[in-house]
Design a protein around this ligand. Structure first.
Ligand SMILES: Cc1cc2nc3c(=O)[nH]c(=O)nc-3n(C[C@H](O)[C@H](O)[C@H](O)COP(=O)(O)OP(=O)(O)OC[C@H]3O[C@@H](n4cnc5c(N)ncnc54)[C@H](O)[C@@H]3O)c2cc1C
Length: 288
């Protein structure tokens, strides 16, 4: 494998994740360009090294036993530019930085992304959304490394984007960069929407504790948090993992949670909510 800067070996992954759980990973790489990322992934494939590309790990639950392969974080790959009236963002750009950039350039449609602690890669993978908007609204296309090693442009229509779902979840597609086309807007007005959304997050979400955001997807026509609360589970905990007392849709780490605690709590919530309401909640958190 070519030499890549920012390699750490046998490192505890927990501090690098939003949930602050997970054991030791054999290698953690943080490439700083799309070229380094591509070289690294191709080398892993050639050498048969298991690898996992992550963004900000804000929706990932790493196992307590860790990962015996290469974890490749994209957070150092942050190119962001305006090209022909469109925004081109590389995979590691934070969704908040993308949102601020759009606002500053008078481009409307990405205010919803302000405050989502993920990257462009993780955001498209999850079709992240909030406050009535989602990534698919202004995504035009992505540049991706395919399973067979080709670099291809895929249009929004080819990405099967729906609620918290994209084609990236179904096949090996590594997002290198994404192009967004926005409506024209007035920066001050866009900023006031961003500020309002952020104030709402701070008021309603347990941001003072580690979490992965909403633990479960929203079931059609209902809210996961309301179903969990109605089932009497607000504040319920297993080990160090707890259903937040502030927002029942969040599972938080009270300080000493293990991945097993979080998984056991998710399973318990699913079971009790199903018994109480007949609704089977589907985890939004990606469990490795
Ligand atoms: C406090 C808090 C609030 C949140 N609020 C919201 C919210 O309002 N709305 C919302 O939708 N989510 C929310 N989330 C969840 C999370 O931030 C999103 O799912 C986000 O899109 C994940 O991005 P990430 O970069 O952290 O991805 P990661 O968690 O690192 O990875 C998620 C998945 O994406 C894949 N992936 C990452 N980068 C790439 C790439 N370049 N190419 C291919 N696959 C890739 C990974 O392999 C993994 O399977 C919240 C989380 C927290 C902690």
């Amino acid at each position: 494998m070519k030499s890549i800067p920012n390699l750490q070996e046998n490192i505890r992954i927990a501090p690098y994740t939003s949930m602050r759980v997970g054991g030791t990973v054999r290698r953690l790489y943080r490439p700083e360009s799309v070229e380094q990322l591509t070289d690294l992934v191709l080398s892993c494939r050639e050498e048969g090294v298991p690898y996992l590309v992550i963004g900000n790990a804000s929706n990932l639950l790493f196992p307590d036993e860790g990962y015996q392969g290469a974890v490749i974080s994209t957070v150092g790959i942050k190119e962001l530019s305006l090209q022909g009236g469109k925004i081109v963002a590389s995979c590691g750009v934070s969704l908040s930085a993308l949102s601020v950039f759009a606002m500053e350039h008078g481009m409307d449609g990405l205010a919803f992304a302000y405050g989502i602690p993920g990257t462009v890669g993780g955001g498209v993978y999850m079709n992240a959304g909030a406050y009535g908007g989602e990534i698919s609204d202004c995504l035009e296309s992505i540049l991706a490394l395919t399973k067979d090693g080709a670099i291809r442009t895929l249009s929004r229509e080819e990405l099967s984007l729906s609620y918290r779902h994209s084609r990236l979840q179904e096949e090996e597609l590594l997002l290198l960069s994404a192009t967004f086309r926005c409506e024209e807007g007035i920066p001050a007005e866009i900023k006031s929407v961003m500020d309002r959304n952020m104030a709402s997050r701070k008021e309603k979400q347990p941001l003072e504790y580690p979490s992965c955001g909403s633990a479960f997807k929203r079931p059609a026509g209902q809210f996961a948090g309301a179903l969990i609360q109605e089932a009497g589970l607000k504040g319920f905990s297993i080990g160090g993992a707890q259903v937040s007392e502030k927002h029942a849709g969040f599972v938080i780490n009270k300080g000493s949670a293990t991945a097993e605690d979080v998984k056991a709590l998710l399973a318990h919530v699913q079971k009790i909510v199903y018994e109480n309401s007949g609704v089977l909640l589907e985890p939004e958190i990606q469990i490795l």
